[in-house]
Write a new protein. Structure first.
Length: 158
């Protein structure tokens, strides 16, 4: 009788663990993303601190300050006219828009041919519409910059 009771208890523990596994996998994925993001930030911060220390020592010795390494990929340094920064921003919007539209189309047709997923295919509109919005934002951004550059509102060059 005790053996039967312990087997039933063991069975309930295994069942509870299996249902918990469905929750642990998404939580583990979110935790991995958080760890990767924080680690990347910490490494970039350490690189900046090493550069600042090197620049401080160079200033104290009267030497030339070394150039800062390109550790901030998200910051675009435009040239004097601002063309490089604006072009990179527009191209980033257009590229992201095209990728999202392609993912939306692929999901739509992929789900359309799966049995039982006929209604689920409309969820593919989410990335597709996000992509369309990014494309529109890129076009508006490009046309606004073109309009500003045609009107002569650039910063004066010396």
């Amino acid at each position: 009788m005790i053996l039967l009771h312990s087997l039933v208890t063991l069975g309930s523990i295994v069942t509870d663990f299996a249902s918990l596994g469905g929750l642990l996998i998404p939580l583990g994925a979110f935790a991995m993303v958080a760890v990767i993001s924080i680690t990347t930030h910490l490494f970039k911060n350490a690189e900046r601190q090493r550069w600042h220390e090197t620049a401080r020592i160079a200033l104290e010795k009267g030497q030339q300050i070394p150039s800062m390494p390109n550790i901030a990929d998200d910051v675009v340094a435009p040239d004097k006219t601002g063309v490089a920064g604006r072009h990179k921003q527009v191209m980033g919007l257009v590229t992201a828009g095209l990728i999202n539209v392609a993912v939306g189309i692929g999901l739509f047709f992929g789900l359309a041919h799966m049995p039982g997923a006929q209604e689920a295919r409309y969820f593919a509109l989410i990335p597709g519409l996000i992509g369309a919005a990014l494309l529109i934002a890129g076009l508006i951004n490009a046309s606004l910059y073109r309009r500003l550059s045609d009107s002569g509102d650039r910063t004066p060059q010396s």
